[in-house]
Design a protein around this ligand. Structure first.
Ligand code: CS2
Length: 470
């Protein structure tokens, strides 16, 4: 079988991407490639894996070229992606990463929620986070924030302008949050640096969307069969994609993203809140309820009449009523499109994968909807059931007592709450997840206790069906 490789010299770096996972390779890297093809510009990407060499080791022998494979219900469409020019592993050579960042024009990030080293319920830096503690005592960073701050420090000393920093993670107001965390860390290092970043730094907000399940060995074999090339690191994705970006870059210097369908706007917040609550909120709900009812993938959950109706109920009756849509967008149409995207049988997006890191995801995906619904006097029974399903999931046991491999930075603490007399109270008292004013709300503890009993009495599928009225 022919190995995949690149023809000719790689382009010069314009963008450094921190946290090179499947999502960015199936989304940002594709848009940037299209923007360069359409309007030119030297925006070749240096990808950085912060810890693991896995992606570099697969991509380097094939010149960083790989397939992005669109999985539509009616067929499979592979294409080659060539916009990544090299991959560095920060843990192996931090200085090489700093060197390339010091020359970059844009730094993008997909480091997942927990990579921000913050407290999700407050949005502030966690100065006790081990990676942050390490960053404070060494000029060779560990965290992504550390890399950004140290590279910006160098730019300041060189008398150069900063690079633009673009968060592409599913976090509300991701640019504002990132700016605040970078300033929090810079302040702990050097006040003058913090003031320079405050005055000159640019951290546009973004909303990113494309469903990209983790690549499996079967996918690798399938791509080889389909294309005739052995590609060790293809990425598999749905047809849909969306990228909404606040047009706020240092000197306006950026790829021509608008030419390839990226929405360049002044205010990303309405897009981001809609996507996080409508898509990610129901994704997490279906992940926990689906896992507990034995569904391996989201497409399988949509085969269950009760779970599919539950998702429709969440969109129409619990989430949309407390959401202000972006200009010209119908939330009913958006929900209808999500329903079809979830049903896509070609996408095998595991409930277990989405269930990961729930403690970092719940506040922005579900708890805002819960709070605002309760404020309006709505019962929010679907959100409560989803939160109860998350609690059950993080106990480490299914409803029938089978072990669950829970991946979450707070996994040990959450599991320990099940050894207390007041399980629901222990969860609600965890202010890293539940904002105290929400946790203290009259009736919330009883409502959550009731949701947990419904889940235990009926099982996840039937409990969801009860709420959806099917
Ligand atoms: C998913 C997201 O894994 C998860 O938590 O909800 O990765 C989701 O697939 C993307 O945000 C879709 O754009």
């Amino acid at each position: 079988m022919t190995r995949l490789h690149r023809n000719g010299e790689p382009p010069a770096p314009g963008i450094v991407h921190l946290g090179l996972g499947a999502f960015f390779r199936a989304h940002g890297a594709v848009y940037i490639q299209e923007a360069m093809a359409k309007s030119g510009g030297n925006w070749g990407i240096t990808g950085v894996s912060l810890k693991s060499p896995g992606t570099r080791d697969k991509l380097a022998p094939q010149g960083e070229v790989y397939h992005a494979v669109e999985l539509a219900p009616d067929g499979v469409h592979p294409r080659l992606v060539t916009s990544i020019r090299e991959v560095l592993v920060a843990k192996e050579d931090p200085q090489a990463v700093l060197d390339v960042m010091e020359r970059a024009r844009i730094v993008t990030l997909t480091i997942t929620e927990k990579g921000y080293c913050h407290v999700p319920s407050t949005g502030r830096l966690d100065p006790k986070h081990p990676d942050i503690e390490a960053d404070l005592v060494s000029s060779h960073p560990v965290s992504a924030l550390g890399y950004i701050v140290r590279a910006l420090e160098h730019r300041m000393h060189m008398g150069a302008e900063p690079f633009t920093v673009v968060s592409c993670d599913n976090i509300p107001d991701n640019g504002h949050l990132l700016r605040r965390l970078v300033l929090d860390l810079a302040t702990l290092i050097d006040d003058k640096l913090a003031r320079w970043i405050e005055a000159h730094g640019k951290f546009p907000c973004t909303m990113i969307d494309r469903i990209v399940p983790a690549t499996t060995d079967e996918d690798v074999a399938r791509v080889e069969e389909m294309t005739g090339y052995h590609d060790a690191a293809p990425v598999m994705h749905e047809p849909f994609r969306q990228w909404v970006v606040q047009d706020d870059f240092v000197n306006g210097d950026r790829p021509d993203l608008a030419a390839v369908g990226v929405e360049m706007v002044e205010d990303v917040a309405p897009y981001e809140h809609m996507k996080l609550r409508m898509l990610n909120g129901t994704h997490s709900s279906l992940a926990y309820l689906g896992y507990l009812s034995g569904c391996e993938t989201i497409a399988e959950t949509m085969q269950s009449k009760a779970l599919a109706a539950f998702a429709d109920h969440m969109w129409a009756s619990e989430i949309a009523p407390v959401l202000t849509p972006p200009p010209g967008v119908s939330l009913a149409d958006y929900a209808g499109a999500l329903h079809l995207r979830y049903e896509n049988p070609a996408i095998r997006h595991r409930t277990w994968q989405i269930a990961m890191d729930g403690s970092q995801k719940l506040p922005q995906r579900l708890l805002g909807t819960l709070k605002e619904g309760l404020d309006k006097g709505m019962p929010q029974k679907g959100v409560l059931l989803a939160v109860a399903a998350w609690m059950q999931y993080t106990s480490g046991k299914t409803l029938s007592g089978d072990a669950i491999d829970v991946k979450d930075p707070l996994a040990a603490d959450l599991a320990a709450y099940w050894d207390t007399d007041d399980v629901v109270g222990a969860y609600l008292a965890d202010s890293r997840v539940f904002p105290p004013e929400l946790a203290a709300r009259d009736g919330l503890k009883d409502a959550l206790t009731e949701a947990l009993s419904t889940l235990k009495d009926h099982g996840a599928d039937a409990a969801a069906g009860l709420i959806a009225g099917v």
